[in-house]
Design a protein around this ligand. Structure first.
Ligand code: F6R
Length: 254
């Protein structure tokens, strides 16, 4: 586990973009696991700037997004499909046919989930997976539960998640109740996981990652078993985490 503490959201986003670009430059045909939500927006902005400056080339990458709301069409401005085009894909030289986002409107969602899972495997799995984390510890939309779900699946969103995501909709009642999410299997199989945390109110959930106890009620806790995990965290949140153990590399910036 490598922890990088940044003084500002901009530094955090820059560092995340540099790590992504390094991966793509090392392997132009990288498979990227992408997230939506507020946290990675700054990183996507940095990547767009780097792409314009010729510092990173998306022409050969394949992307898989973590999740999508059930019932929202790609042209709905709160769908994660729309988010990705708005915040990244439209602004870089990526090939549309190499971007993948689970469909939340497929007539047969279990078949859609199985196909998505197979496609990730067919592409050789994920080289680098970007993750944000929910206040309740969810990663992707793997919500707190008595057990982990390994494969891509349909999930009932937790009331805390609906509450948190209501800020993006006109009314809370408009937030979809279900989503399709990649499971814990594909995330844990990613060759590098990059978790970005920029909100001290998530510190309690993130602390579980340092507890030595994997608990499906706090899904992010499973990441402590990942052999190549980088956590990018803002200083205020970092102050609430037990980061002073010798085994962890802590790089202070900003
Ligand atoms: C989004 C996703 C979610 C978010 C999480 C944090 O694709 O999978 O797990 O990363 O809900 O969201 P923000 O960044 O908006 O706080």
């Amino acid at each position: 586990m490598r922890v990088i503490v940044s003084g500002s959201y901009q530094d955090l986003s820059k560092k995340a973009a540099e790590i992504m670009a390094e991966q793509i430059n090392k392997k132009p045909e990288s498979v990227l696991g992408l997230a939506t939500g507020s946290t990675p927006i700054g990183m996507y902005k940095e990547l767009i700037a780097m792409n314009k400056d010729g510092k990173v080339d998306f022409s050969k990458v394949t992307t898989f997004n973590l999740d999508e709301y059930v019932g929202l069409t790609p042209d709905h401005d709160q769908s994660y499909d729309y988010f990705m085009w708005d915040n990244l894909f439209s602004h870089v030289n990526i090939m549309k046919e190499q971007t993948n986002i689970p469909s939340g409107i497929a007539a047969d969602l279990p078949t859609e989930c199985a196909s998505y899972e197979k496609l990730v495997a067919k592409k050789g799995g994920i080289d680098i997976q970007i993750l944000g984390v929910g206040h309740n510890g969810h990663i992707g939309f793997n919500e707190p539960s008595d057990s982990f779900t390994i494969s891509t699946h349909v999930i009932e969103l937790a009331s805390q998640t609906i509450e948190a995501n209501a800020r993006f909709f006109e009314e809370k009642s408009q937030v979809p109740k279900k989503a399709v999410t990649m499971g814990i299997g594909a995330i844990m199989k990613a060759r590098h996981v990059l978790l970005i945390v920029n909100d001290k109110s998530k510190a309690e959930a993130v602390r579980q990652l340092f507890s030595g106890k994997v608990d499906p009620q706090v899904p992010v806790s499973i990441l402590q078993l990942h052999p190549n995990l980088t956590i990018l965290v803002d200083r205020e949140t970092a102050d609430l985490l037990p980061l002073n153990e010798d085994s962890r590399e802590v790089v202070l910036q900003g």
